[in-house]
Design a protein around this ligand. Sequence first.
Ligand code: NDP
Length: 247
Amino acid sequence: MIKDKVVIITGASSGIGEATAKLLAGKGAKVVLGARREEKLKQIAGDIRREGGQVVYQDLDVTRQSDNDDIVKLAKESFGSLDAIFLNAGLMPSSPVSALKTDEWNQMIDVNIKGVLNGVAAVLPTFMEHKSGHVIATSSVAGLKAYPNGAVYGGTKWFVRGFMEVLRMESAMEGTNIRTATIYPAAINTELLDSITDKQASEAMHGLYARFGISPDRIADVVAFALDLPADTTVNEFTVGPANQPW
Ligand code: NDP
């Protein structure tokens, strides 16, 4: 059941996060939106409220633990509980290793890896206390297959894959009933390519997405499916992409 579930969504200001926020709110979830662009969150919250949905939002930088703790507090104060978190914030400044874009490597590690850890650290005490909770994360097909220009991005997404699987196993062993779902999207048309500063990598990716990219609504559907599963069932992994993309 999605109705009345309280769900935090990180990276909710565009793309997959925005689409998911709108879909879940339309199905009766109480959504708590976080990202750095507060103005965009305000607009999205306005859209959701106009459709009769329940939503709050907060300026969130996932690299700061205190921001993650604050959004958990906001969810509980606004809606009285917390059922799930969608750890979706991420960026993909692709480039060859030889370009030595070390600032971008560090940024990906901070957002795509530490951002996920910070989010989990923020929700886990509540989920353990309730003996229930759902952690959903956006990895990538780059977390399943290595490819040129994706060494560091792929590494961060492999991390998400491994971490989420161990979280699932330990939760089952510890009897906390915390479920996980890791999503591995292929080409989804969002703002993701905007962070690529390497000219060749950018052109290659834009070519790929122009040819194959599909709507972020497809990933929102998968998040909704995972959240809707009965409490005794988990589908932990979803590889989702354009039907015609060999990737
Ligand atoms: P977008 O660029 O549209 O969305 C990325 C979101 O992450 C934005 O809302 C952005 O918000 C947020 N974000 C970035 N840095 C931070 C931060 N430090 N703190 C909080 N939020 C942050 O791209 P997508 O929707 O495609 O990306 C969502 C996820 O999907 C990412 O993890 C990405 O790696 C993954 N993915 C995407 C694929 C695709 O083809 N699009 C394929 C596979 C995986 P703001 O700038 O306002 O902070």
